[in-house]
Design a protein around this ligand. Structure first.
Ligand SMILES: Nc1ncnc2c1ncn2[C@@H]1O[C@H](COP(=O)(O)OP(=O)(O)O)[C@@H](O)[C@H]1O
Ligand SMILES: [Mg+2]
Length: 298
């Protein structure tokens, strides 16, 4: 009760509201502490994730080689975080690889689905984790999921520079089977940030059999594709992805089955005009199902 004051109703209402708001702030205080601590935990996780190198140090080295364009040697894994419990050799995708490809050679990699063709090309591209042999040959022991996670993180920061498992002379480009298509125009996807060399671009379009597709698209090679634009068919995606690799003009091409998504006659033209045509002087490693072309490999 208040004595001797001249209290107006408006002041009481505003005062009450003010006190309520201050108390509401205090009520929210424990929750705020919760949010702050959660934020700090997640911030730590995000920073740790961003700091993990996306390739082991020295995994892939560009250097002059006497007798090869590419040499890959060792055991490789896509990573083992999804395993609940395992011995290390079960987590390897590629065992005891030792492959040397000579300069200018055309090599085919053949195997059943799941045999590891895509993995081999990606290992050469430096996208797999190199697993040192002594780690695998150590007394077989079961690793728990948590141990495997820690090991994957630890391996990601291993320095392999002393004996790089992948050594290559010349730039490498991989044409993926599952073409990675962004929301860009076809021309932007093929150029991939490189300046336009009209002659090379036209030759690439021609060799990858894209001229007819571009002719019927509403804006030709300026047509936007991806989520916001037009959807390409599997065969068109494979040829756009191949065109990007061809246009990159690297010395070494890693081609992940660009032909199996194509009709037989288109596939034949692509094979002869790209692999045996404008790229015939390059070192090419082709993963494929198409055994019809095997006799043309070196
Ligand atoms: N991007 C990937 N991430 C994780 N594992 C993969 C990936 N691609 C392939 N694998 C795994 O690698 C193994 C070999 O598959 P893959 O290399 O795709 O064989 P192929 O190309 O001969 O069909 C399979 O167990 C597959 O699940
Ligand atoms: Mg594959």
């Amino acid at each position: 009760m208040i004595h001797g004051g001249n209290l107006k109703l408006g002041l009481v209402v505003v005062g009450q509201d003010y006190i309520n708001r201050v108390f509401a702030c205090f009520n929210a205080f424990p929750e705020m502490i919760n949010w702050i601590s959660e934020f700090m935990i997640w911030e730590g996780k995000v920073v740790a994730f961003l700091q993990v190198p996306n390739q082991q140090i020295g995994l892939r080295t560009l250097q002059k080689l006497e007798d090869a364009a590419v040499h890959i040697k060792g055991d490789f894994s896509w990573g083992f975080v999804e395993k609940s419990e395992a011995i290390l050799s079960e987590c390897l995708t590629l065992h005891h690889i030792d492959l040397k490809v000579q300069k200018g050679e055309f090599v085919c990699v053949i195997g059943a689905v799941g045999a590891g063709k895509t993995s081999l090309l990606n290992a050469i591209g430096g996208n797999l984790l190199f697993v040192p042999e002594q780690l695998v040959s150590e007394k077989p022991k079961r690793w728990s999921n948590a141990q495997l996670k820690d090991l994957a993180l630890e391996l990601a920061s291993v320095d392999c520079s002393l004996h790089s498992p992948v050594v290559h002379e010349g730039a490498m480009t991989i044409a993926e089977q599952r073409a990675w298509i962004e929301n860009k125009t076809i021309r932007q996807i093929i150029l991939f940030g490189r300046p336009l060399d009209q002659k090379r671009y036209d030759e690439t379009i021609q060799a990858c059999q894209l001229q007819n597709d571009l002719a019927i698209l509403p804006a030709g090679d300026q047509t936007e594709i991806g989520e916001a634009g037009l959807n390409l068919s599997g065969g068109q995606k494979a040829r756009v992805s191949l065109a990007r690799a061809v246009y990159a003009d690297s010395e070494i091409l890693l081609l992940d089955d660009p032909i199996s998504a194509l009709d037989a006659d288109v596939g034949k033209k692509v094979f002869h005009q790209v692999i045996k045509g404008i790229c015939k002087h390059k070192t090419i490693i082709l993963a494929t199902h198409a055994v019809d072309y095997l006799h043309l490999a070196d």
